[in-house]
Write a protein that binds this ligand. Structure first.
Ligand code: PLP
Length: 451
């Protein structure tokens, strides 16, 4: 029996899967922040290339992957699917556990799957520079690499707390030619207005997004690039789930439960949407679990409503689960999961009952990460550790029930740049944070009025 289930280079998927062709209810459309009317392609064209705008609203089931993007994918794709035999033994469970390992990408996470595609479509349309935000630094490093591949300049607004916690991510971005600014920065109006109120603001993804959008909107040769949440980003990530489906078939197994962590929803969606297709079309009984931190519990405690994607209110109004746009998540170590909203496509399948959501605290997920590392010899990203913790719980539940449950999770990235966080964990100094009810009400009280 194999441990690594591998595909050949020829088996890299040649089309992305578009869930909008199959889902029973489409999410409500994004609205213009001024007119509150649905945004059209012309509203988005100042900051996005038409190639991506068309993918935002595409309804065909399969979207071909351009050859130039495939050529980059082949640097590390197909990524392995691994049967976690040693973890199964350690847990003494009858469950069969598989994980898809996206940490083999040159950027160390799934994010290069969309970065490469986004850089390609921008290059096609003559854009010179991309501006973006980054939380933990994974997205910024992926986009820096992708921009270098396609000869674009790159400006990254990096959430200040991560800028200081993860200096090596900054170096990696600079090595690939990007300019990196700690956000809030004094480069933009959005950044300066936050600094005026709180010069020591740790920043958040919401603030950094405002800065990058403003930068793109005020420079003709510059576009904006987002690493999660939008439909086209989720679309690009389906290459992960499509490979996993082929690998599960090769292993002769079918998942009972599919698990991923959620920051903005892209790795989870990319992993699970191709399997959800089978549930929509063939009535498969698979369960799907989306895992988030208790410190930023968007799906488990947020409201499903219209909100801005950023703090300053520059983005369209997006219909999603949200904690409120000025919700400032505490500085947990899974920086990539500190976002107040989630992808509308994911929120819709959660609201419609196809996907369960679960939240875990920081200490629990690091316990699971270390248990996983001891068994499988991979140090996971703290974000991915949320999925691991859930997989472990499912495996223990299967043991209780005496059930040979098949558990498949996405190991979205490695944690080699997160050793500072592991250091804090090993020193016994990690703190759990549960969002107090008052804080939730405070942030939600400022939701924009739509009707
Ligand atoms: C960015 C990131 C996440 C969270 O982002 P999603 O869009 O929710 O996937 C999760 N894991 C890793 C390793 C990341 O870099």
């Amino acid at each position: 029996m194999e441990t690594k289930i591998l595909l050949s280079e020829k088996e890299v998927p040649t089309a992305w899967y578009n869930i909008m062709a199959d889902m029973p209810n489409l999410p409500k459309p994004p609205l213009h922040p001024g007119t509150k009317k649905p945004v059209g392609p012309d509203d988005l064209s100042p900051i996005f290339p038409m190639g991506l705008i068309m993918q935002e609203v595409a309804t065909e089931r399969w979207v071909p992957i351009p050859e130039e993007v495939l050529e980059i994918y082949r640097l590390w794709r197909p990524s392995p699917l691994i049967r976690a035999r040693r973890l199964e033994k350690a847990l003494d469970t009858p469950a069969r556990i598989y994980y898809k390992y996206e940490g083999v990408s040159p950027a160390g996470s799934h994010k290069l799957n969309t970065a490469a595609a986004q850089a390609y479509y921008n290059k096609q349309e003559g854009v010179k520079r991309l501006a973006t935000e980054t939380g933990a630094g994974q997205w910024g490093s992926a986009l820096s690499m992708a921009c270098k591949f396609f000869g674009l300049e790159c400006t990254v607004y990096m959430v200040k707390v991560s800028y200081h916690q993860k200096p090596y991510r900054r170096v990696l971005m600079q090595l690939f030619g990007a300019e990196v600014l700690a956000s809030p920065s004094d480069r933009t109006q959005s950044g300066r207005s936050i600094l005026d109120v709180n010069p020591d603001s740790p920043g958040s993804l919401g603030v950094a997004i405002s800065e990058a959008v403003e930068d793109a909107a005020t420079h003709g040769d510059t576009n904006y690039s987002l690493g999660s949440v939008l439909n086209h980003v989720l679309l690009h990530q389906t290459v992960v789930g499509l490979e996993t489906k082929a690998q599960m078939e090769k292993a002769g197994d079918a998942p009972d439960v599919v698990i991923g962590c959620v920051g903005g929803g892209s790795n989870f969606a990319g992993f699970c949407f191709p399997f959800l297709h089978d549930r929509f079309v063939n009535g498969a009984k698979t369960r799907f679990v989306a895992v988030e931190p208790t410190a930023c519990p968007t799906l488990t405690r947020g409201l499903h409503t219209y909100d801005f994607g950023d703090v300053a209110g520059l983005t369209p109004l997006i219909y999603m689960y949200t904690l409120g746009r000025d919700f400032m998540p505490p500085a947990i170590h899974a920086g990539g999961l500190r976002y107040h909203g989630d992808a509308p496509l994911l929120c819709q399948v959660v609201a419609d009952g196809f996907v369960e959501a679960r939240a875990y605290g920081q200490r629990q997920i690091f316990d699971a990460a270390v248990q996983f590392a001891h068994a499988e010899a991979i140090v996971p990203a703290p974000e991915s550790a949320h999925a691991i913790k859930c997989a472990v719980d499912e495996a223990l539940a299967a043991r209780e029930a005496g059930e040979a449950r098949v558990i498949v999770f996405n190991l979205s990235g490695h944690g080699h740049f997160d050793l500072g966080a592991y250091d804090v964990y090993l020193a016994g100094q990690l703190e759990d944070y549960v969002l107090p009810e008052e804080e939730l009400h405070r942030a939600l009280a400022r939701l924009p009025k739509v009707e």
